[in-house]
Design a protein around this ligand. Structure first.
Ligand code: UDP
Length: 453
């Protein structure tokens, strides 16, 4: 990643085969990478599941081939346990992926495959077919590093997380505390550890390299640690949504955005609106949802709130939150899905109340928007810790979501000195991201590496 910039490589001929994991936060970065490689002259084929299939018409220059998997409902149901879902996807897609790749190999000169890092089965399958394979991590380098360390952390007694150790710093992963380590509520700890081991083992055994949606200016030590641990190169080609020359990143979406909220934003002064979204997967209990509503109502701040259908456990996402009385209702706008990049780029937006999914975190950083962090599960706790304690670009909502605290935190990030400090720091990071996008050194290095395989 530190190589001097030479003439940008421009390849012709050798094909790269991509295989995204079929979820919003994974599809977008993979398709952005696809467009990036194609723009450098590499022909790209995207193998994909029928489940949550991407729309080929949005990417006319990429080839799309469905693998036609047969999956149990445990792999596709929105109520499925996430770990069980990932295990079922891996086992159900392994053979169809292998067949689709083998069939392509008979017709094409394939330089390498790039598969989502969660596809441990596909990593092994590609490697067994003799195809060099890279793992795309759509999470942060800090998260991936913590996954690689998981077996050691388990042996040292940090996981499963014990109440009395929650606030201890994890020695090799500072600033992470025990409580910030990846967790999936409701999932069996053994199943989670088993899944993480498979992912880490596949990366170690089969990957010729790792591609990350991150950049040196925010995670240089974490990236170096990964290279050391895996003894293979790590290409930090992010922020991918900014690097990508193809269709607007919003076009990768599985849901149609409600664009009416942009006109609503137009009618607001600069930095006056709080944007609220917990991403494409996270769900909250009805009680938390109500406290969020009451807290927003009590804050006095105008807000644009994404309430995804099905995102409130126990139902009611489609009903107006009870906390929104007439006054709050006229101050807020609730949509089912927003054109997030355009919203974050809008000058009316003053802060982002986010679950700290990695894409949302990067998008907020790149837009120079400070965050209010409400991590829900998986890597979100890791990202939230970096947002609040490593980069200082946001504040925590806190462990317990109650209306008084919410109102106080919302005012703090929108109107307080804490918010101003975070805004200053996030603008600084945004500038560093801009420089990284302008240089695009890591992408050039990745293309050279692909052509050398
Ligand atoms: N997103 C969007 N509109 C919304 C909510 C989310 O376009 O109303 C996009 C957002 O820009 C991001 C992705 O969905 O690219 C969510 O990915 P992230 O990694 O933040 O979270 P996940 O959904 O995987 O938990």
């Amino acid at each position: 990643a530190t190589q001097e910039k030479e003439e940008a490589p421009h390849a012709v001929g050798r094909r790269v085969v991509l295989f995204p994991l079929p979820f919003q936060g994974h599809l977008s970065p993979m398709l952005q990478l696809a467009e990036l490689l194609r723009a450098r002259g590499l022909p790209v084929t995207v193998l994909h599941t029928d489940f949550n299939a991407p729309d080929p018409t949005r990417h006319p220059e990429l080839a799309f081939v469905p693998i036609h998997e047969a999956l149990p409902t445990s792999a596709t149901s929105p109520d499925a346990d996430i770990v069980a879902q990932l295990l079922a996807l891996n086992s159900g897609c392994e053979a169809p992926f292998r067949e689709a790749l083998a069939s392509l190999l008979r017709r094409e000169d394939v330089a390498c495959a790039v598969v989502d890092g969660q596809w441990y089965a596909a990593l092994g399958a590609a490697s067994a077919l003799g195809v060099p394979v890279l793992a795309l991590r759509t999470d942060s380098a800090a998260t991936f590093g913590s996954l690689l360390a998981f077996p050691r952390l388990r042996d040292a007694g940090y996981v499963p997380i014990k109440e009395e150790r929650r606030d201890e710093l994890v020695p090799e992963l500072e600033p992470l505390r025990v409580r910030d380590l990846i967790r999936i509520d409701g999932s069996d700890v053994d199943a989670l550890c088993g899944f993480i081991s498979r992912v880490a083992d596949a990366a170690r055994a089969s990957a010729s390299g790792v591609v990350l949606n991150s950049f040196d200016a925010i995670e240089a030590p974490e990236l170096a640690r990964i290279e050391k641990e895996l003894s293979c190169p790590a290409f930090a080609v992010g922020p991918l949504h900014r690097m990508c020359p193809g269709p607007a990143p919003a076009e990768h979406g599985l849901h149609a955005p409600d664009r009416g909220c942009l006109a609503w934003l137009d009618a607001h002064p600069a930095r006056s609106v709080l944007y609220v979204s917990l991403g494409s997967v996270a769900r909250v209990d009805r009680g938390v949802f109500e406290e969020m509503a009451w807290g927003l109502a009590g804050s006095g701040v105008p807000f644009l709130w994404v309430v995804r259908p099905g995102s409130v456990r126990g139902g009611g996402a489609d009903e107006p939150p009870n906390g929104l009385d007439e006054e709050a209702r006229s101050r807020g706008k609730v949509v089912a899905w927003a054109p997030q990049l355009e919203v974050l780029a809008h000058e009316a937006v003053g802060a982002f109340w986010t679950h700290c999914g990695w894409n949302s975190t990067l998008e907020s950083v790149c837009a120079g928007v400070p965050m209010l962090a409400q991590p829900c599960f998986a890597d979100q706790t890791v990202n939230a810790r970096y947002v609040t304690h490593r980069w200082g670009v946001g504040l925590e909502v806190g462990d317990v979501i109650d209306r008084v605290r919410v109102a106080e935190r919302v005012r703090m990030v929108m109107l307080g000195e804490e918010g101003d400090r975070a805004r200053e720091k996030v603008r600084d990071l945004k500038l560093q991201a801009d420089q990284c996008v302008a240089a695009s050194l890591a992408v050039d290095n990745l293309v050279r590496y692909v052509l050398s395989l």
